[in-house]
Write a protein that binds this ligand. Structure first.
Ligand code: G3D
Ligand code: MG
Length: 247
């Protein structure tokens, strides 16, 4: 059995539900450490997927402004980022562009997988950010950063999509490490590949005179691009390791 250690960071404005998501995923009785210097908590959880044993080290930032100068170390060595906003608060969503910028810089562009999470979706009455608006926002982020985002809607209160998000994350991280023989998670309901969601829209808007791409051809292309992306990610990791060794 191969062993993997993935550092996952949860980022986003205060009170959006980062700690609640982490605690809900870990269940009761997990070991927690608090790093006062950078204002972060972290805890670990082991899961198994086919022949792979994964240890998630999940970090969660306090978000106080006073810590801004020291929290670069929070991002160091992170392999995935879960960017959380509160679906009742549009500002917490738009602020994610700052969080993402900070994460890219702080991790030295080392984060392999990014998720944008709309939390508190149990509060249907007071929800102010629809799924479509959030997807548009993610699409804009993708254009600005060139990074691919996965979008999901969660409730740390009811547990909706919490385990699924981390399962899917494990799957993406193994793929990014070139492990191909793993089963994709069965339940990916509500986890949306933004590129694919937006890609579908583009197909229906084929300009006059251009041949439309069939859904099958498009799916095939998506798979090819995904494979290329994964290869590039692996290459990036190898290059980084070489550079680190040379340092
Ligand atoms: P943070 O770690 O991002 O700062 P917290 O956020 O996890 O501390 O959550 C902030 C508040 O939002 C908490 O309420 C928490 O219970 C609530 N919350 C978190 N996730 C959800 C959710 O999915 N649904 C609902 N309804 N509430 C949620 P309190 O009152 O303890 O401050
Ligand atoms: Mg917190």
């Amino acid at each position: 059995m191969r062993k993997w250690n993935f550092k996952i960071i949860l980022a986003g404005d205060g009170a959006v539900g980062k700690t609640s998501i982490r605690e809900r995923y870990m269940g009761k009785g997990f070991q927690e450490s608090y790093l006062k210097t950078i204002g972060a908590d972290f805890a670990t959880k082991k899961i198994e997927k086919n022949e792979e044993q994964i240890t998630f080290q999940i970090w969660d930032l306090g978000g106080q402004d006073s810590y801004q100068s020291v929290r670069k170390s929070f991002y160091k060595g992170a392999t995935a980022a879960i960017m959380v906003f509160d679906c009742q608060d549009p500002k917490s969503m738009t602020n994610l562009s700052n969080w993402i910028e900070e994460a890219i810089e702080g991790s030295n562009n080392g984060i392999l997988s990014y998720f944008v999470v709309a939390n508190k979706v149990d509060l249907e009455e007071s929800r102010r950010v629809s799924r479509d608006v959030a997807l548009e926002f993610c699409n804009r982020l993708e254009i600005e950063t060139g990074i691919r985002f996965f979008y999901c809607e969660t409730s740390a209160l009811t547990g909706q999509n919490i385990k699924e998000t981390f399962d899917f994350l494990a799957y993406r991280l193994l793929l990014a490490n070139n492990i191909k023989d793993i089963d994709p998670p069965i339940e990916t309901d509500g986890i949306i590949d933004v590129k694919e969601a937006m890609g579908t829209k583009q197909i229906t808007e084929t300009p006059a005179g251009m041949e439309a791409v069939s859904r099958d051809e498009f799916d095939e292309l998506v798979v090819k691009v995904e494979k290329l992306e994964d290869k590039l990610n692996t290459l990036q990791t190898i290059l980084k390791q070489i550079v680190n060794k040379l340092k």
